[in-house]
Design a protein around this ligand. Structure first.
Ligand code: NAD
Ligand code: WQD
Length: 381
């Protein structure tokens, strides 16, 4: 079956966003709606709240009469093929941005079956139902975790992948392979693998942001919760790495920039920007469709190209919230690498996309969200 066309105006294009109630998903829905797209969200709310969808409506004006049908929310699990089938039948979906997944690295070690089932089997179910409805335009949330301990920094898309040290990372590598094989078996697929570095920050409105359940595993939400008084002290995992201050270095990227990278990827898939040139050994440049839509597998890093240490982040957050934050040096965390940051040239050249916001802005927006919503969505109206 032929694939749907993306070589048409945004206003005529409908995007299915799985996991669209989550951290990156909500921000991407905002950018899609602001760029004129119609959006259908599928989320089982296993790690999110429907209030986040209300907030997306408030930011984008899709709570107004006459605008509401530009955003539809379905509470459903992507493993539920019958529900997916109904959703694809009810909406004329052109492309999928697939965020829905479990993402806690440590938990994935304890619950490998749950992670492989949700992330891998869930994606297989989604692709199968999508294919049956002729939807083969697919943007996948991959991760810099596929590079493992990188052979070099900045990490280009040419950098060899390494075995992940945990089941979560394995699911990302496996799904990159599976989605590539879908294209190899059927050249109608148009796949983009987006390898995110460390998304942080929040929408400048302060209405949507990261709202982890329980004690945060990741640095930024932990620091934000110390700043707001929910947690006592930041634990800094190791100060003896070969970095400028001994603490781990990462490429933090503002979630709004990241969200815009997805909009850019859709334009690229529609043949509206770029040359289609392969980016790295995992990319495949296929024969474009007659309407100019791309076919193949595109691979792009989404990062800023700037590495920041744990202490850089703590100090940037101190500037954002206007107070000193207590921190304590702890032992290294198992599985952590010293540093990673992205080479961003491919995304700039091909997608016409670069990150705009620096670490201070990321922390300022994160603080705005956290201080307006100290308990996340739990107490939101
Ligand atoms: P998130 O947990 O906030 O969002 C994921 C959403 O998917 C949640 O709303 C959850 O309820 C939903 N979901 C999970 N399983 C589902 C299922 N079976 N059916 C329907 N909905 C389901 O996470 P996020 O940070 O927004 O991450 C989005 C994607 O980006 C994930 O695939 C994640 O692995 C990937 N990613 C995240 C990061 C990061 O640091 N946040 C980095 C790299 C890649
Ligand atoms: C960042 C730095 C820690 C917490 C993870 C996943 C990756 C991707 C992004 C999904 C490291 C240090 C952390 C704390 C600390 N996710 N740290 N104290 O590990 O780079 O990446 O999230 O795809 O796959 O592995 O992010 O925020 O956990 O850690 O000192 O309380 O902060 O050691 O140097 P990480 P992180």
């Amino acid at each position: 079956m032929a694939n749907k066309s993306l070589a048409k105006p945004h206003e005529e294009t409908c995007i299915l966003v799985t996991g669209g109630a989550g951290f990156i998903g909500t921000h991407t829905c905002v950018e899609l709606l602001e760029q004129g797209y119609r959006v259908v969200v599928v989320d089982d709310l296993s790690n999110s709240s429907e209030k986040a969808i209300d907030r997306v409506r408030a930011i984008t004006g899709t709570d107004a009469p006459g605008q509401r049908d530009r955003l539809t929310f379905h509470e459903a699990n992507i493993l539920d093929r019958a529900a997916l089938d109904r959703i694809f039948s009810a909406h004329d979906i052109d492309a999928i941005i697939h965020f829905a997944a479990f993402k806690a690295v440590g938990e994935s070690v304890e619950k490998p079956l749950e992670y492989y089932w949700n992330n891998v089997a869930g994606t297989l179910a989604l692709c199968d139902v999508a294919r049956a409805h002729g939807v083969k335009n697919f943007v996948f949330s991959s991760s810099a975790t596929v590079y493992g301990e990188p052979d070099f920094v900045p990490i280009t898309e040419e950098c060899p992948k390494h075995e992940a040290t945990n089941p979560y990372g394995q699911t990302k590598s496996m799904l990159e392979r599976i989605l590539t094989d879908l294209y190899i078996g059927d050249n109608e697929w148009n796949v983009v693998l987006l390898r995110y570095f460390n998304p942080i920050g929040a929408h400048p409105s302060g209405l949507i942001g990261e709202d982890p359940k329980g004690i945060p595993n990741n640095l930024l939400p932990y620091v934000a919760q110390v700043a707001v008084g929910r947690l006592a002290c930041v634990g800094v995992f190791g100060d003896d790495y070969p970095t400028h201050d001994g603490t781990g270095v990462r490429d933090y990227i503002h979630v709004v920039d990241l969200a815009r990278g997805h909009v850019a990827a859709l334009d690229w898939m529609g043949g509206k920007v770029g040359t289609g040139a392969p980016s790295g050994p995992d990319a495949i440049q296929g024969q474009p469709a007659e309407d100019g839509s791309r076919r193949g597998v595109g691979v792009f890093n989404l990062g800023t190209g700037t590495g920041s240490s744990v202490l850089d982040v703590v100090h940037a957050f101190e500037r954002a919230c206007g107070k000193q934050l207590p921190y304590e040096i702890k032992p290294r965390r198992a599985g952590d690498i010293a540093e990673n940051y992205a080479a961003c040239e491919k995304a700039r050249e091909e997608l016409g996309w670069t990150a705009q916001y620096d670490l201070d802005r990321m922390c300022a927006d994160s603080w705005h969200w956290q201080s307006m919503n100290p308990e996340g969505y739990a107490t939101a109206q």
